[in-house]
Ligand binder design. Structure first.
Ligand code: 5GP
Ligand code: MG
Length: 218
């Protein structure tokens, strides 16, 4: 009998995720104390991350959802991203935190940023559980990062392959045979937070490494 786990290799355990999500929530709670951020989550991949993140906040918040489709066919990448933002909240003047499950090429985020700017938000920051910086094709501002991972196809904790695997409590790498790609060595990094508690701005500076050098994305 086929099980959910047949094609997967654990990349980040459930415990590691929970610890990190708590840290991110604490950081956001400090940065946004005395404010009322609106969390906008990208469906479907961000739904479990959002649920855990907001339950660890110590500040009030509001929540909205948008849908974005880029990986229309399993793993095929596409720069042609559709954002459907039928938001009930009026975004004008709001402080927004975008919550993503994973950032890959950056196209989805750039499209969403465009939508937010049109809606005249006051400012925004981006919080992603996973970041694949080596796959970046466009500059995308990311402020809170759970884990940096290599350019593998990740599933679990909300992320799918053909709508499956979202219910894994951990992040797994889909096997090379399923993914049709070679498997790099496990190389998961918990980056330092890239911003401190200053006021957020709409277009933030590029991310810097620990030596302060600007990080180049291809
Ligand atoms: P981007 O526009 O940054 O290339 O892609 C972002 C979207 O692509 C994510 O919201 C997610 O839906 C999907 N995606 C990118 N990389 C992965 C991955 O490794 N695994 C899964 N399941 N989805 C991914
Ligand atoms: Mg998907």
């Amino acid at each position: 009998m086929e099980t959910l786990f047949d094609n997967c290799r654990v990349l980040i355990s459930s415990d590691e995720i929970q610890d990190r999500v708590r840290e991110l929530a604490q950081r956001i709670s400090v940065d946004y104390s005395d404010r009322n951020p609106l969390f906008i989550t990208l469906l479907k991949g961000g739904f479990i991350f959002l649920a855990d993140l907001v339950r660890n906040l110590s500040i009030p918040c509001e929540i909205e959802f948008v849908t974005a489709s880029s990986y229309r066919d399993g793993m095929q990448r596409s720069a042609d991203v559709e954002i459907s933002a039928h938001l009930k909240s009026d975004l004008e003047g709001r402080e927004v935190i975008v919550v993503e499950g994973i950032i890959d090429t950056g196209h989805t985020l750039v499209n969403l940023m465009h939508t937010l700017s049109e809606q005249r938000v006051k400012n925004y920051r981006v919080c992603t559980l996973l970041d694949k910086p080596s796959a970046r094709e466009v500059e995308a501002p990311v402020h809170y990062v759970g884990f940096e991972i290599p350019d593998v196809f990740a599933v679990g904790y909300g992320l799918d392959f053909m709508e499956r695997y979202r219910n894994l409590s951990y992040i797994a790498e889909l096997s090379p045979t399923t993914a049709g790609v070679s498997a790099p060595e496990r190389n998961v990094k918990r980056p330092d937070f890239s911003v401190s508690s200053g006021a957020p701005v709409i277009l933030d500076q590029p991310r810097r490494d620990q030596q302060g050098n600007e990080r180049k994305h291809r």
